[in-house]
Design a protein around this ligand. Structure first.
Ligand code: FAD
Length: 378
């Protein structure tokens, strides 16, 4: 067994930490207040190579892989969970082309996606199809050598600045296909931006497709097999990405709790001397450490090309729920200051809670894990 990072991964962590502390930290308050995405910081993440971590070198990325991706998202989310979330969706939008695209599609899109000239959303959820993905109503019908797409997607992260959308649509009775749809095609319309109570500074909203025509070559994967394209991308990239954002929150909770406990003095002593405070810290520490192990283990398995749907679901469920627990404890360690907007605990608590439904709720994570759990029957 090996529990160490490579020197390249350590250098990447250092670069991500420096970027987050120097350039992102001063913007966090403004992002929370306005809810606006800082596009200059998104561009800088691409300039630093964070956008192309999963894209193989031959297509313009660094191909550093899943562990490297977890490192960068954890570090950025330690300072700004919404920016970490934005980056994780950047990767999710690329995944269908990386893992299911034809050679021609990879050559056409991946170099642009790696440098941020193209940003892709992942548009799966609809008002009638969140957990029940088979309930989506967006359709694509074939006309000559074109597909015509109509429908409405909701809760789509990065939709409002993506210039290409990955769209899951029905192409038959219980048959789905996955399309890349350029945002400037006639009939693509952006809808409302949701006013979330957390992860503010990361945009999630609606896209409508009104008789949008795309050529045959925009269909990713085999016709009729789009559900696998969408779900494998969400499982292998979306869920671990959310878990890594949660890991960043957990790390920050631990640091803030330890710092405040040593600084805040009551009865003439720091509150870190109180056993009740120490126990809150140890609970946060355990949640950080167990989440860390699950997140990096699942990422390591993916880097070995081992199928890890259950592990991805487990790290997503565990780390996001742990982040909510930790942020709540942190709020309590801060006493009344914990609920003030100018202090960090309440923001982390709001951000952590928003992670729970994204990329599938905790209930759905249990549904995924149950299949694997039942295989343990001797
Ligand atoms: C911040 C954020 C970002 C998002 N970004 C994207 C994105 O980029 N692209 C995208 O396509 N979607 C995105 N989503 C949507 C997200 O994937 C869905 O919200 C999620 O799948 C849940 O769907 P729903 O909200 O319709 O809840 P519902 O499916 O309506 O669920 C309602 C309740 O029923 C429970 N439930 C449902 N089915 C079961 C079951 N079988 N067993 C037990 N309980 C069940 C759920 O756990 C939940 O408690 C995002 C969501 C959020 C919050």
């Amino acid at each position: 067994m090996e529990f160490t990072f490579t020197s390249k991964q350590e250098m990447l962590r250092k670069a991500a930490r420096e970027f987050a502390e120097r350039e992102v930290a001063p913007r966090v308050q403004e992002m929370d207040e306005t809810g606006e995405v800082p596009m200059d910081l998104v561009k800088k993440m691409f300039d630093l190579g964070f956008g192309g971590l999963l894209i193989p070198q031959e297509y313009g990325g660094s191909g550093m892989g899943h562990v490297a991706r977890m490192i960068v998202i954890e570090e950025i989310s330690r300072i700004s969970p919404p920016l970490g979330f934005t980056l994780q969706i950047v990767h999710l939008g690329q995944a269908p082309v990386i893992y299911f695209g034809s050679e021609e599609q990879k050559r056409k899109w991946l170099p642009e996606l790696a440098k941020g000239a193209l940003i892709a959303s992942s548009a799966v959820t609809e008002p009638t199809g969140g957990s029940d993905v088979l309930g989506i109503q967006t359709t694509a019908r074939k006309e000559g050598d074109e597909w015509v797409i109509s429908g409405r997607k909701c809760f789509i992260t990065n939709a409002h600045f993506s210039n290409i959308h990955g769209v899951l649509a029905k192409t038959g009775d219980r048959e789905f296909s996955y399309f890349m749809v350029e945002a400037d095609r006639p009939g693509v319309k952006l809808g409302r931006k949701e006013d979330k109570f957390g992860l503010r500074g990361c945009v999630t909203g609606e896209i409508a497709f009104d008789e949008v025509r795309v050529p045959e070559e925009n269909l990713v994967g085999s016709p009729g097999k789009g559900l696998r394209v969408a779900l494998a991308s969400i499982s292998n990239v979306g869920r671990p990405g959310v878990a890594a954002v949660a890991l960043g929150i957990l790390r920050r909770c631990l640091e803030e709790a330890a710092k405040y406990a040593k600084e805040r003095k009551l009865y003439g002593k720091p509150i870190s001397d109180l056993q009740a405070i120490q126990w809150k810290l140890t609970d946060i520490y355990m949640d950080y450490q167990t989440s860390w192990l699950l997140v990096y283990y699942a990422a390591w398995l993916r880097d070995q090309n081992i199928r890890v749907d259950a592990e991805n679901a487990m790290c997503k469920l565990w780390a996001t729920e742990a982040a909510v627990r930790a942020a709540k404890l942190l709020t309590e360690v801060f006493g009344a200051y914990g609920v003030l907007r100018e202090y960090v605990p309440q923001r982390l608590l709001r951000d952590a809670q928003v992670l729970i439904p994204s990329a599938g709720t905790s209930d759905i994570m249990r549904v995924v894990m149950a299949r694997k759990a039942l295989e343990f029957s001797p």
